[in-house]
Design a protein around this ligand. Sequence first.
Ligand code: SF4
Length: 297
Amino acid sequence: MAVATDIQKVLEDAAAELYVWALKDIPQDLRDALVSARGRETSVPGLRVLDTIIRNVQVAEEERNLVCQDTGIPVYYCRVGEGFPLHPARIAEALRDGTERATIEHPLRSNTVHTLTRENTGQNVGHRVPILHWEFVPDWDGLDVKCVPKGSGSENMSFLKMCTPAEGVGGIKRFVLESIVGSGGKPCPPGIIGVGIGGSADYAMHLAKEAIARPVGTRNGDPLVAELEGELFDLINETGIGPMGLGGDVTALAVHVEHADTHMTLNPVAVNYQCWAARRATVHISADGVADFDREA
Ligand code: SF4
């Protein structure tokens, strides 16, 4: 029990650090993707926007400040080894306490409200907030926690369609394109387009959300899915929406697709948009309570 409590404290401290760190110091792959986007952009407004975004990232680093004022809704992806000496209920408690502390100690803007009354529920915590995703890993005694603060501008541009199997891959591509064109500049492009296909309605959206949390530009391990990622990337960047919707060559920094097998009469497709401020940070916690932070995971 004593060991578990110490690890809970380590995790709470790590979560408090992780949330703020994710908001200030974006991963190198995202920085590289923004610079590469600047190299591909030809429109004058698009170049101005990308220059401003790149400068924004530099200023945030120099001033040790946030890359965007929207501190998002806190989302954590937890990979829990079967031998990790802290029950998931206590992991959830530590992440909630850490989120609360980060919000008070920095301080950060508190975004969380009751969905019906719209009253603020406190320090970025509330009923079922932070949002937690779980994966349980056999033959391992560690814990990985990835924090992905999700801005509302991009989260509001989330879409689900239950295509028919007859619509096939063409229906999937059409729906993704319609979603992106309909979103225009609202989700603060250029961003990462997360697409979830297969499974069920809820699981497709879960997969789309998982997709945006991957390092920028990584390809799905399934060659067919990877091919779809490449095709969608080209199609989306041909829309001309451009940085912040002001027109240009770069609308997507990357397209990530995650898939699950599905029912023979289902063809679900979900889109979850991640803005240019695609913040994420990870901490690895060992069974003996050592926290190792990783900005690139
Ligand atoms: S969508 Fe992203 S970049 Fe735009 S305001 Fe929200 S967090 Fe900031």
